[in-house]
Design a protein around this ligand. Structure first.
Ligand SMILES: [Zn+2]
Length: 225
């Protein structure tokens, strides 16, 4: 199974990818992680990317596609891949199509996790964590049992990641919409887009994705009991 998983930051793509890896024997490839791993490994292509980034430039599509080509050739990708973070632009989508054709891979579906902007802001902006032990909470969905006191360690100090502020979340969401708007028509024209309600609970989202994949002719693998 080869799919592209699309969704704004905070949509739970990481969680859903883990479930999909288990159910379909595919490997998640998050482009950002792939890039960081290559740079850290000091591979020739990693060094090339590092030089570009150190010069303050964006890593080119050419480098990303070559990296992806190498990554897809590894044994752990034999059972399929779940692409996360790529493609982001039309040229990248075209390059990916060429790469799949060249390597004999078939793109089964583009799963789009749809989230309501305001609800997403609420979901992310409500997060906070214990300053002492790091336990994670949410103002609405996972409050502390006693107001202002950490359940785990009793601390009364909490922190809020600056990245989780409503303004930052709205900016990330706008950037996401701007990035994905050109690629969706490309895949819609190929009949590959499957939209899933990403606001539902995690298990419901997972079930909806499975149903969408079944409609694309992809079956979950049999789980040995
Ligand atoms: Zn704590």
């Amino acid at each position: 199974m080869n799919i592209i998983l699309v969704g704004p930051p905070g949509a739970g793509k990481g969680t859903q990818s883990k479930i999909l890896e288990e159910r379909y024997g595919a490997r998640q490839i998050a482009t950002g992680d792939m890039l960081r791993a290559e740079v850290a490994s000091g591979s020739p292509i990693g060094l090339e990317a590092k030089a570009v980034m150190e010069a303050g430039k964006l890593v080119s599509d050419d480098i990303l596609v070559r990296m992806l080509r190498e990554r897809l050739a590894r044994p752990d990708c034999a059972g399929g891949v779940i692409l996360d973070g790529f493609p982001r632009t039309l040229p990248q989508a075209e390059a990916l199509e060429a790469l799949f054709k060249e390597t004999g891979r078939h793109l089964d579906a583009v799963i789009v996790l749809e989230l309501d902007g305001d609800a997403l802001v609420e979901r992310i902006a409500g997060r906070f964590a214990c300053a002492e032990c790091g336990a994670g909470y949410h103002r609405l969905f996972r409050p502390t049992r006693v107001k202002g006191v950490c359940d785990k360690c009793g601390s009364t100090k909490f922190v809020h990641r600056p990245d989780d502020s409503p303004d930052v979340v709205r900016r990330r969401l706008a950037a996401y919409n701007e990035q994905t708007s050109p690629i969706l028509p490309f895949y819609e024209a190929r009949g590959l887009v499957r939209k899933v309600n990403g606001m539902a609970p995690m298990a419901t989202v997972a079930a909806s994705i499975e149903e969408a994949l079944r409609r694309s002719g992809v079956q979950a693998r049999q789980i040995a009991v």
